[in-house]
Design a protein. Structure first.
Length: 394
């Protein structure tokens, strides 16, 4: 069977939010690009994932001509509650650092970006199979794949970008990489429920029974989690058992009660921290989950991916504009500085709020002392607020 050859300046493997945002920014700069994605549009648009966007991510969506839905349909949150000892302590982002975050699900970000690329006639090829990357150390790296109709295609590009998620085949093409990772001894039992919000903002709760996150999704659908064993069988829990477990994680003298509703999705989500170094090999560059993953506690995953994209888009604009390689050469170091800050913040939030099953009484009480230190100190609250809403771009 013959192979169709497609030539472009930038080939992007991965058509999730990171890949599509990079494609969008490059197109705005007049840089030709092709996006290749194995999943279909419906699968990505209905996959429920993280929903907290830093102010910098919101700005990127709203100010680059993607869509204003994040501002009209998203929900601005000016703080969160840290709840421990049965009491809530509000962290006021606006008062502390003058910033906010937005509740706007990741699949909606994808819908907006996909619509923008279709509107601007972007070359986005979904539902492909048999994908491989070749010649990444040459001046003509390639992506080979089969279209849904069986047509074989080879994309030849000057720069190849791996935005293909945590199971990245592009990452496997980085020969001398160092893989940094840790496994956490707990997972999250997550639910989606048909109910109004239980609170105006997110609640991060630590109790003697373990962690719980009372999150949101919309006015009628809520996302909630509680800490569990990674081997837990989600299907074995009844709705009543789930609600009772969530409630006991947030119980307190103030009588706070969760608003219950029908649970229509329940799953167990193991997580770990991972970083690939470097994020570049020759003319191959990694962005987002292809290069790093974080536990969801600090709400950093999608935001880190978009921060990578911003740095790389600026570097590619410089490279294709005047031939300068300075920003491209600095991409990995620049992106990794923020990645490691986010890893530290996510690890800190996770460790402070979760309880290991083998934790000693000393360790449990020390963690409560840490939470008290944060909530009783304006400086401690500012540290949390700055990390949660997003550090300034460097």
């Amino acid at each position: 069977m013959s192979t169709t050859i497609v030539s472009t300046q930038v080939g992007i493997l991965g058509g999730g939010p990171a890949g599509l945002m990079l494609s969008h920014l490059l197109a705005r700069a007049g840089i030709d690009n092709v996006v290749v994605e194995k999943r279909d549009h419906a699968t990505i648009s209905t996959t429920h994932r993280a929903g907290i966007l830093e102010h910098g991510s919101v700005q990127m969506l709203a100010e680059t001509g993607v869509d204003g839905r994040v501002l009209t349909d998203g929900h601005r949150h000016d703080g969160i509650d840290l709840r421990f000892g049965g009491e809530s302590h509000r962290i006021d982002f606006q008062d502390l650092v003058g910033e906010s975050v937005w509740l706007y699900p990741q699949n909606e970000v994808f819908v907006d970006l996909a619509a923008a690329r279709a509107r601007d006639c972007g070359d986005v090829r979904c539902s492909v199979s048999d994908t491989e990357v070749l010649d990444v150390a040459t001046d003509t790296p390639k992506i080979r794949f089969a279209e849904a109709d069986g047509t074989r295609v080879e994309v030849r590009c000057r720069i190849l970008v791996g935005a293909d998620g945590s199971r990245s085949i592009c990452r496997q093409a980085v020969p001398d990489r160092t893989d940094h990772f840790i496994e956490y001894p707990f997972a999250w039992f997550g639910i989606l429920t048909e109910a109004p919000p239980s609170a105006p903002e997110l609640i991060y709760a630590r109790s003697e029974h373990g962690f719980a996150l009372i999150s949101q999704r919309s006015d009628t659908v809520q996302r909630m989690y509680f800490q569990c064993d990674p081997g837990e069988d989600a299907s074995s829990w009844s709705e009543e058992q789930i609600w009772d477990e969530l409630q006991r994680r947030v119980d307190g003298a103030d009588g706070f009660e969760l608003t219950r509703g029908r649970i229509f999705e329940q799953m167990v989500l193991p997580f770990r921290s991972y970083v690939c170094e470097p994020l570049r090999h020759s003319n191959l560059f990694l962005v987002g989950d292809a290069g790093h993953t974080v536990p969801p506690t600090g709400a950093k995953g999608l935001n880190l991916a978009l921060a990578d994209v911003k740095v790389l888009a600026e570097a590619l604009t410089s490279f294709f504009g005047d031939g300068s390689t300075a920003l491209l050469d600095g991409y990995s170091d620049t992106a990794l500085r923020r990645v490691w800050k986010a890893q530290n913040f996510s690890y800190w939030m996770t460790s402070m709020l979760h309880t290991r099953s083998d934790a000693t009484a000393f360790e449990r009480k020390r963690a409560l002392g840490e939470l008290a230190t944060i909530t009783e100190s304006r400086y401690g609250q500012q540290y949390l607020a700055e990390g949660y809403t997003g550090w300034p771009s460097k």
